[in-house]
Design a protein around this ligand. Structure first.
Ligand SMILES: NC(=O)c1ccc[n+]([C@@H]2O[C@H](COP(=O)([O-])OP(=O)(O)OC[C@H]3O[C@@H](n4cnc5c(N)ncnc54)[C@H](O)[C@@H]3O)[C@@H](O)[C@H]2O)c1
Length: 425
């Protein structure tokens, strides 16, 4: 069995560090969040193995668009990391949705102390692109998560499982006066004997098929922690911005992925890249949508904090849920901020999503702050991103891939339709 740490039961102090021999599997470790997490954990002295089927690179080929940054093949990435750090990272190419027996064998062989699960199809627009993309997203994500949980039970693993969920499981329909709690909600139930309080999983309100899969993940976590005593942490992460970490900048061949296209590009990274090439900043709808954000450097730190907290917890409780966000902004305010910094105009396009034109977002994120997270604020990192990443690699941008083409319902007009109708010039 993996080693369960008993030296500091309960929530750890913020100054406590792991031993340097914690063995971590990073599922999806070739991706945008997974690669810098693998490097960060390796740099901190942990024994890291990446598990990935490289499907995200396959989707690049399908969509005929490449990361703005020139990401290297996984084997080269790992070789370069060994050169610059002297540390080995393992790699296992494995499809978590398809190869359940190999996952069991891997857990039996490697006995990890922690498993970080990033390995899902993660773009909401891509998940709404076509019936095939919807099916693929559900098949891939639900089966991958279930296969990991099942393999943990079959192999007798008591590893800490840390999963990347999303703020989108809560939906965006809650008003500012009711802050979104961390995973659980206390509700009042009226009975003939009076009101009683009950804690429930916060109601799910997915806004896309991708988000739907994340809400299903939550139920699987509840079941497997209750039924099999698995130790699970679900991180409801906001939109990640930024590209590099102190580890990925150590050699250009370690550079992280930067998606800018209409399907995979996340809103702020898209604005930064658009500003760098002088393309109007594409705001969908009024831009009144409020979203939660976190810098990539904070993401990797949060993963470490979450593993640490879970390893120090008694197994068998309900899944821990942390809201992994550091700030919230309205999309139109972000566009304005980038526009003012760069002089690039803002273009308002139809919103392909079926969602309210504007929403408030008030999110509790006390747990990570209490456990020592020191957030990187937008004001600190934005300019660096514009010059160091978007500006440096702008020659690699395919301008035809910027406009979003996925729509949420049949009959909706896409941004691409509207742009096509504009008079030339
Ligand atoms: N990027 C964000 O802004 C963001 C925000 C909130 C939550 N998240 C969550 O964080 C996780 C990582 O996101 P990301 O941006 O790094 O995505 P990504 O697509 O860059 O990385 C995911 C990785 O998982 C791998 N993968 C997918 N399915 C797999 C399978 N069946 N077997 C093995 N490997 C598989 C892919 O090849 C890829 O390398 C996702 O689960 C996502 O939902 C991301």
């Amino acid at each position: 069995m993996a080693r369960v740490r008993q030296d500091h039961p309960g929530i750890p102090s913020t100054t406590k560090r792991w031993d340097t021999d914690v063995h971590v599997l990073v599922l999806g470790g070739d991706g945008f969040c997974g690669w810098p997490t693998a490097l960060y954990l390796s740099d901190r002295g942990h024994d890291v193995t990446i598990v990935d089927n490289l499907s995200r690179r396959g989707i690049d080929i399908e969509l005929e668009v490449q990361s703005l940054t020139p990401i290297r093949p996984i084997g080269e990435r790992i070789r370069v990391w060994r050169q610059v750090s002297g540390r080995d990272i393992g790699f296992v190419r494995l499809d978590l949705a398809e190869e359940s027996d190999r996952i069991i064998a891997l857990l039996r062989e490697q006995r990890p102390d922690a498993i970080v699960h990033f390995a899902e199809q993660r773009a909401a627009p891509y998940s709404m692109r076509s019936p095939d993309a919807k099916r693929y997203t559900v098949d891939n994500n639900v089966r991958a998560t279930h296969n990991v949980l099942n393999a943990m039970v079959v192999s007798g693993s008591d590893a800490a499982l840390v999963h990347l969920g999303t703020m989108g499981v809560y939906g965006y329909g809650w008003s500012g006066s009711a802050p979104i709690p961390e995973g659980y909600l206390t509700v009042k139930v009226s009975t003939p004997d009076g009101d009683i309080a009950r804690e429930i999983l916060h109601p799910a309100n997915p806004g896309s098929v991708y988000h739907l899969t994340k809400t299903l993940d939550q139920l699987m976590f509840s079941f497997y922690s209750k039924n099999d005593g698995l130790r699970i942490t679900d991180l409801h992460q906001g939109i990640v911005w930024g590209t590099q970490t102190p580890q990925t900048i150590r050699d250009e061949r370690l550079v992280n992925r930067f998606d800018y296209d209409g399907d995979y590009g996340t809103v702020l990274n898209r604005f930064l890249m658009q500003a760098a090439i002088g393309h109007p900043l594409t705001v969908h709808g009024s831009g009144g949508q409020t979203r939660a954000f976190i810098h990539l450097r904070d993401t990797v730190r949060c993963i470490e904090i979450a593993i640490n907290a879970q390893l120090n917890q008694e197994a068998g409780g309900k899944p821990q849920v942390f809201n992994q966000i550091t700030e919230t902004h309205r999309v139109c305010d972000l566009a304005k901020m980038v526009s003012e910094m760069t002089g690039v105009d803002v273009a308002y396009l139809p919103n392909p999503r079926a969602e309210a034109d504007a929403n408030d977002l008030n999110v509790v994120n006390d747990q990570f702050l209490a456990l020592g997270l020191r957030p990187t604020k937008l004001s600190e990192g934005l300019l660096e991103e514009i010059t160091e990443i978007a500006g440096k690699y702008r020659h690699r941008a395919d301008h035809t891939k910027i406009i979003a083409r996925s729509i949420w319902r049949a009959g909706m007009r896409t941004s691409a339709d509207l742009v096509a109708e504009l008079p030339a010039g």
